[in-house]
Every structure is written in structure tokens, then in C-alpha cells.
Design a protein around this ligand. Structure first.
Ligand code: ADP
Length: 541
């Protein structure tokens, strides 16, 4: 017997319709690319998204066509999320921080028809123009007064384009399993791989990450999602905010500590989220200026492990840290670090230690740890192995790939190595390719990095494994020193001694002026491995 409830496809257009009706006067604020702060409401955003859908139809875009974006977090990018997916096309967010050749490769692989881009990227787009095989129209996300002169005829102005419609448009009745958006992984090995989200996976994911144990959004709060819309759909914020109706603040191309702090203060932000690199910048700014973070309540850290000192530093400002884990392939949020009724009674210090773990799985993210013999590891917080996930917003196959990305039981191997404890808190030990195999044992580069980051002289730390005659591999600690500090290896080793197992201590410590960062703001270990490929161990091993 079947239930007798309505069939109501989970469509992205329904989110903006909902926002227009129920949150019509709530603001979306943007620090613009051109200059100055722009503000308007969800109602205005909804009308402009429909005008955009009309414009896409005029440009000949059909259901299923891919439309590229190369843009910062702005209200126009927000409209693109709705206008493109809503009218049935696929919103393909390109990451401008990838190498130019990869951007062209990704646009060609996706067969993007139109490319919307911010002013910032005009030189890049002009450079890549001849390499794009399918893009016919280029749309600059600006108004006529900021349009550069003498551009080819297929370069259009966004404001002029959407002005051609009246917003009187009905979203098509799509199938909830139709493709809605496309995002490529950064492809540290080989070509980037496309993850093609559906309307259903997107809406389910958005509904799951709203819960108060996850991002704790609510209509009375203001959110500043710094995590870019060009990376894993900004952790779903363009969608969740429309469901909840919270005021949203977008930082445009501004990622430095001062700009972020200014937005927090001037727009009275309660929740903000980003990768650790961004938070280091904000903490540096707070240290320099002696300012506070009032009225910030919650801060999300994800994309890379949150070091202990960072969790403590923010909590000392009275801000609740949420450590999250996810990946492009899972839409992207998988786990969220919040307390449960037992751990919330632990002493603060223990809670902060627990927050170094990446958290418990959201409903909709099944997890298991698989060890070398293929069996499932117990949830004891100690046994580590390959982290597998399964669920309605985890991919089943990469875009244009022939083979399934899953094993025969439908599990996706994340490429991460992790433990899960008896409370269900998962902790990433490493990416499988970064784990250091010393003798027969594994050393977690993440744990070592996090411990090292607590040393007063160390501004940034990364650990890579280098070959060693006796142990097969040993850890090399690479640091960026705080300004004015000099490398004191003994002091660092002494500092690490109580914090990690003795046999984990790095065999050597070297400095670099700057950490190489990936397109998603994470330390690029492939770059470091290349730089230090001939490094000689002091013990000659
Ligand atoms: P990219 O591969 O381009 O970095 P993703 O954002 O998809 O793009 O990266 C996902 C990976 O980032 C995860 O598989 C994991 O290795 C790492 N990661 C994400 N969040 C965390 C976290 N909180 N702690 C440790 N690693 C994380």
C-alpha cells in the first residue's frame, strides 16, 4: 500500500519562490566587485532570477545545457544559482583559482555554452577565450557604467541582459532528479572530475544542514558565508539561506581579516564559515588591532582540519566553533562537530579537544571505516581506515565517466583515512595519499601539523612524508615562521614531545616563506613534495 501524500518535486526554484513569499523583505548584502556595498531583498532577488531565466532562454539555452560562472560571492552570483538551475539548465561554477589551463579544460569538458564572469576575471577570460571550444557568449557581471569599451560583440553586460525581461516567468516543472549544478574537484592528480548535483540532492542537503546542530541558521540571524560559491556550492548556503530566510552578507572578492571583520561589525553577523586559511588571517588581524568579534555567535571551519589553537582562540572570543567535514563529491557537508547531551557536560577543555574531531554524520550520510583486510572497523575512536559514505547527496558516478564511483554495496570511498568513536564523532587522520607510513605504522600528518601550529614561532605548518632507508618514510615538518622569529628546531621538538607519540616526532624541520595553497585555499602538499624531493635527513637515513 502506498502513502497518500502529494508528489512535490524538490526543485531549486521552489526555494527562491519560498524566500520571495515568506522572507520578501529580508536583506542580501554584498561587498561588490566594483566598489561599495549593495543591498536588496530576497523579493528583488527572486524577480531578477526570473529575468535572468528569461534572458537565458533568449540566448538559446535549453534544459540540461551547462552555463558557466566565474565569480565571487555576490548577489549576482546568487541570482545565477537560481536563474540557471531554476530554468532547467546546469549551473557550472568554475573555480578561478585553478590554473588557467585547467579552467579551460573544465569549461570544455562541461561544454559550457555561456560564461558569466566578474570584472576581476576579464583579463583571464580574454586570455582563455581562444581555448574555450563551446562558450559562445560571455556575460560580464556588471552594469553599463562599468563595462570596458571595445569588447567583441559576444561580450554582454549582465544588467542590460536581464533588463530585457519583465520577470513574468513561470519556472518549468522539472523532474527532481534532473541535473541542477556542476562542480569539479580541484584534481590534484590528473584532470579535475565533475560532480553533477540534482535538484533533489541539493534541496535534501540544504534541508539537512539547517538543523541547529549543524549550521544553526535561523531567520533572526545574519550569516556571512565566506566559503566561495565557486567551491562546492558554498557548502549549500545559497540554498539554506533561502529556506530559512536569514539575512545574508556576501564578501565579494574580499577575504582579508580587516574586510571580514568590518562586515561582521557593520552588518552584525552572527554566523560565518570558511576554511582555516581565512581564519588565520582574521586572527592575525584581531591580534594586531586588539578588536573583538561581537556579535558573532558561531563560526564554521571546514575544508581542512581545524587546529586546536584556532578552536580555542575563537572560543576565547565567546564564539562557538563548528568543525565540519565534507567534500565536493558529497554536496559537500558530511559531518558537523556539535556537542551531544553527554559531551556537552564535559569540561570546556575536553569539549574543545572533541571539536578537533570533524563531528557526527548528518542524517543522510551513512559512514563506515574499512581496514586493510576489507572488514569494517569498530567505532572505538582508535581503529583507522578508509572512510566510506553513502546517501542521497553522495555522487554515484563522475560527470561523463563510464564507471560507477561506488563499490558493489553502493559505498563511496572518500580517499580519507579516519576513525569514528563510540559517540559517532569521526576524525580525519589524513587523506590516504598524505598519510606517512613509518615502519609498519601510520603517522597522521594532520595531527602533527595541528600540534606544531600551537608553537609560538610557527605561523603555518605542513607535514609531508619523505623516503627513509630504515623506516620507509619519515615526517618532515615544514613551517612558515611568525614575523621576526628564527628557526629553533630544539624548541619545536621539545614543544611537540608531550603532544604526539615520540616516534611521530619529525626527523627534520625546514622553513618556507609561504605555503603553496591550492585553488580551494588548502596547503598544496604535492607542491611541497616537489620542493623537498631531494631533502636529506640529518641522520643520513
Ligand atoms: P579539494 O579536493 O579541491 O580540496 P574538497 O573540498 O572536495 O576539494 O576536498 C575535500 C577534502 O578536504 C576531504 O576529502 C578531506 O580530505 C579534506 N577536508 C575537508 N574538511 C576537512 C576537515 N574538517 N578536516 C580535515 N580534512 C578535511
Amino acid at each position: 500500500m502506498q502513502g497518500l501524500m502529494q508528489d512535490w518535486p524538490m526543485l531549486i526554484s521552489r526555494l527562491i519562490d519560498h524566500a520571495e513569499r515568506f522572507h520578501s523583505q529580508v536583506e542580501i548584502v554584498t561587498e561588490t566587485v566594483e566598489a561599495g556595498r549593495h543591498r536588496y531583498t530576497y523579493a528583488e532577488c527572486a524577480v531578477r532570477s526570473r529575468k535572468l531565466a528569461q534572458a537565458l532562454e533568449r540566448l538559446g539555452i535549453n534544459k540540461g545545457d551547462r552555463v558557466g560562472t566565474l565569480a565571487w560571492n555576490t548577489y549576482r552570483h546568487f541570482e545565477l544559482y537560481y536563474g540557471i538551475s531554476g530554468m532547467g539548465a546546469v549551473c557550472h561554477t568554475l573555480n578561478p583559482r585553478l590554473f588557467p589551463k585547467d579552467i579551460a579544460w573544465v569549461a570544455n569538458h562541461a561544454e559550457d555554452q555561456v560564461l558569466f564572469f566578474d570584472l576581476t576575471f576579464l583579463p583571464l577570460v580574454r586570455e582563455l577565450e581562444k581555448h574555450f571550444k563551446t562558450v559562445k557568449t560571455f556575460v560580464m557581471l556588471t552594469d553599463q557604467s562599468n563595462m570596458p569599451k571595445s569588447l567583441p560583440a559576444n561580450y554582454l553586460c549582465y544588467e542590460d541582459l536581464i533588463d530585457g525581461g519583465d520577470g513574468d516567468y513561470t519556472w518549468p516543472a522539472l523532474d527532481e532528479n534532473d541535473a541542477a549544478s556542476l562542480c569539479y574537484t580541484s584534481g590534484t592528480t590528473g584532470h579535475p572530475k565533475g560532480v553533477l548535483y540534482s535538484h533533489r540532492s541539493t534541496v535534501l542537503h540544504a534541508m539537512a544542514v539547517i538543523v541547529s546542530d549543524a549550521f544553526n541558521l535561523s531567520a533572526i540571524r545574519t550569516i556571512l558565508p565566506i566559503v566561495p560559491m565557486f567551491h562546492a556550492n558554498s557548502w549549500g548556503y545559497p540554498y539554506t539561506t533561502a529556506i530559512v530566510g536569514c539575512k545574508i552578507v556576501l564578501n565579494g572578492p574580499h577575504f582579508d581579516g580587516k574586510s571580514i571583520h568590518t562586515l561582521i561589525k557593520e552588518e552584525q553577523v552572527h554566523i560565518t564559515t570558511a576554511v582555516p586559511t581565512i581564519w588565520l588571517g582574521l586572527l592575525d588581524y584581531l591580534k594586531e588591532t586588539g578588536q573583538d568579534l561581537e556579535p558573532l555567535e558561531g563560526l564554521g571551519i571546514g575544508g581542512a582540519a581545524a587546529p586546536a589553537f584556532m578552536i580555542k582562540a575563537f572560543e576565547d572570543f565567546g564564539v562557538n566553533v563548528h568543525h565540519a567535514w565534507g567534500m565536493t563529491e558529497i554536496s559537500p557537508v558530511g559531518t558537523m562537530g556539535s556537542m551531544n547531551s553527554i559531551t556537552a557536560r564535559w569540561p570546556l577543555e575536553e569539549q574543545q579537544k572533541l571539536k578537533q574531531k570533524q563531528g557526527r554524520g548528518l542524517f543522510g550520510v551513512e559512514m563506515r571505516i574499512v581496514v586493510a583486510d576489507g572488514s569494517e572497523a569498530p567505532w572505538d575512536g582508535k581503529t583507522f581506515g578508509a572512510l566510506h559514505v553513502r546517501g542521497p547527496w553522495t555522487l554515484k558516478r563522475y560527470y561523463r565517466a563510464n564507471d560507477s564511483a561506488l563499490d558493489e554495496d553502493g559505498w563511496f570511498d572518500t580517499g580519507d583515512v579516519a576513525t569514528i568513536d563510540e559517540f559517532g564523532y569521526m576524525q580525519i587522520t589524513d587523506r590516504a595519499k598524505d598519510v606517512i607510513k613509518s615502519g609498519g605504522e601510520w603517522i597522521s600528518s594532520i595531527d602533527l601539523e595541528n600540534a606544531a601550529m600551537g608553537h609560538k614561532d610557527i605561523a603555518r605548518a605542513a607535514v609531508i612524508g619523505r623516503p627513509h632507508k630504515k623506516w620507509r618514510e619519515r615526517p618532515l615538518l615544514i613551517v612558515v615562521l611568525e614575523e621576526g622569529a628564527v628557526l629553533d628546531k630544539d624548541s619545536i621538538l621539545k614543544f611537540l614531545s608531550g603532544k604526539v607519540a615520540k616516534w611521530w616526532l619529525p626527523n627534520d624541520i625546514v622553513t618556507v616563506d609561504e605555503m603553496p595553497l591550492s585553488g580551494t585555499g588548502k596547503v598544496k602538499k604535492t607542491g611541497l613534495r616537489e620542493t623537498f624531493k631531494d631533502h636529506k635527513w640529518p641522520d643520513g637515513g
